[in-house]
Structure formats: structure tokens, C-alpha cells
Design a protein. Structure first.
Length: 286
């Protein structure tokens, strides 16, 4: 819809929907500050471009500028046909002016507005310039004589081999020496196996786990210190047994033993001290 604007503004404008108006504003070459103000005002519009309630104070807050600067932005938009005043507000009642989105029919004469093809070419030129600049930076950063432009000049590390000595031997070596790859590994010897033949219970003196100060029992049961009193030849008393005496004076098999008194209970021969070797009792003497 074409309409005539108010006196002093764009002579003829076209009502615009929000999407088409925003696309035209993006292509416009009006500077970053004015473009920001245009896009902020357009964000308040409905999809059909109507219902813009954006006063000077609100625009100043959104663009982070002063009230006077925001007022100049709105005046420029109306003068160049980007906004059309639909209804004036009532300041006493706190109502803002109502605008809608428009474009002047001669907008291309008022500002620099590339057509869609020129805009795409502009975008492509910026991309190409960036690629060329990136390649130039890589060439400057590369060492002299290097043609690698990938930027990755790290030397790859050789892979770590997990082969064993048998895996790296030749077939002839395997036939002569045998293939040990499938043989079970040698078992780890235990503490007892390693220390067989050492001083006590298979433990070395410096590695022994025995309790300090406690002597182990002797391996000879004849000299055991845990024997009962009658098994101890070095313990004086009436219970020195015939077995202990036998160890000191072994009985010769060539000389017959003289007959002596016998035990009244079991009939066994008595020891010289009168103790029964079997009953371990001293016969009662009458």
C-alpha cells in the first residue's frame, strides 16, 4: 500500500512487513549506529509491520545513547521513509507515538542500498579476502623452505612395538631354538622355595620373619627343651629315666643285662633308682 507521508517527510512510502523490512535494513549502508537503531525499532513491530510503540526514551535505553541522540535517530528514520507515524501519543496520559514499518519509493536514491545480487557478491568478497589473508599469515609463519601450509608440522612418533623377542626372531631361529611364545611363564617362587636350605625354616637371617629374641626349637628331638622331666638327662632328681641313661651309656648287644628287681604291677625291670620304666612309679617298699 502506497501512502503519502506527513509534510517534511518522505513523499511516498510503501507499507512493509517486518521480515522484508529487516532484510532491506541489513543490506543498507547507513553505518553501525543507525543500523542498530533501525533494527531495535523493527524488533517492536508485529509481523505485518504495525504496532510499534517505541518512544525516544525507550530507544535511548535500548541503544545506550542519550535522549537527544535517540530523538535524532527517530527523526532520520521518518525523514527517509523507514518509519511512518500512525498515531500521535498523549504524553499527559503516558501514551507513546504509534509507528509502522515503511520504505520510501526512492529509498535507493536516499541511501546506499545494494540489491540482493550485489549484497551476495559483497559477502563473497569478504570471505575470499579472509581466506587470502589467512593463507598469507600461514606462509609468513612457516619456516624457510617449507611448503606445508597446513600449520601442523609435528613429526609423528613411531608406533610402540608390543612384539616379544620370540615375535621378532626369524623362522630359522624358531626352528632351531624353539618357539617359546606359547610356553607358560615360569612361576614365581614362594618365600619357602627361595629360601630352602637356609638357617631356620627356610628364611635367611637378614630376611627372616622370626620374632627377634625368640630362638626356634632344635630340629633334634633328642635335645628338645620341651621334654618332660624324665626325658631330661641334665635335670637332677629322682625321675631321671632309664631312657636318658641309655643315651649316655648305650647298652651293648654283646653283653647280656643282669637280672634285677621287677615291677610288681607290670613285671618290667626297675631302673637303678627303683623306678618302673613302664609305670613310671616307685614300687612301695615293705
Amino acid at each position: 500500500m502506497r501512502r503519502m507521508s506527513h509534510p517534511g517527510e518522505a513523499p511516498e512510502v510503501i507499507d512493509m512487513a517486518q521480515g522484508a523490512w529487516t532484510e532491506a535494513v541489513r543490506r543498507a549502508r547507513v553505518g553501525t549506529e543507525l543500523k542498530l537503531a533501525l533494527l531495535v525499532v523493527g524488533s517492536y513491530a508485529n509481523a505485518d509491520g504495525t504496532g510499534i510503540y517505541c518512544g525516544v526514551a525507550r530507544l535511548a535505553a535500548d541503544c545506550e545513547v542519550s535522549y537527544r541522540t535517540a530523538g535524532r535517530y527517530l527523526a532520520w528514520m521518518r525523514r527517509n521513509g523507514f518509519l511512518t507515524l500512525v498515531q500521535r501519543g498523549n504524553r499527559r496520559r503516558g501514551k507513546a507515538d504509534v509507528y509502522r514499518l515503511t520504505l520510501a519509493t526512492d529509498v535507493a536514491d536516499r541511501i546506499s542500498l545494494p540489491d540482493p545480487d550485489e549484497y551476495r557478491a559483497l559477502v563473497g568478497g569478504i570471505s575470499a579476502a579472509n581466506r587470502a589473508d589467512s593463507a598469507a599469515r600461514q606462509r609468513r609463519a612457516a619456516p624457510a623452505g617449507s611448503t606445508d601450509t597446513t600449520g601442523d608440522r609435528r613429526t609423528p612418533e613411531p608406533p610402540v612395538s608390543t612384539d616379544t623377542d620370540d615375535d621378532r626372531r626369524s623362522d630359522s631361529d624358531l626352528r632351531i631354538q624353539g618357539d617359546r611364545r606359547n610356553e607358560p611363564s615360569e612361576p614365581t617362587p614362594t618365600d619357602t622355595q627361595v629360601s630352602v636350605g637356609t638357617r631356620f625354616y627356610g628364611h635367611e637371617a637378614e630376611f627372616s620373619t622370626d620374632i627377634h629374641g625368640v630362638l626356634p626349637p632344635p630340629m633334634d628331638h633328642l635335645s628338645s627343651t620341651t621334654d618332660l622331666p624324665w626325658e631330661r638327662p641334665d635335670v637332677p632328681g629322682p625321675y631321671r629315666s632309664a631312657r636318658a641313661g641309655a643315651r649316655e651309656d648305650p647298652i651293648s648287644t654283646d653283653t647280656p643285662r643282669a637280672a634285677g628287681p621287677a615291677c610288681d604291677t607290670c613285671g618290667a625291670a626297675l631302673d637303678p633308682d627303683g623306678t618302673c620304666f613302664v609305670c613310671r612309679t616307685v614300687p612301695r617298699r615293705t
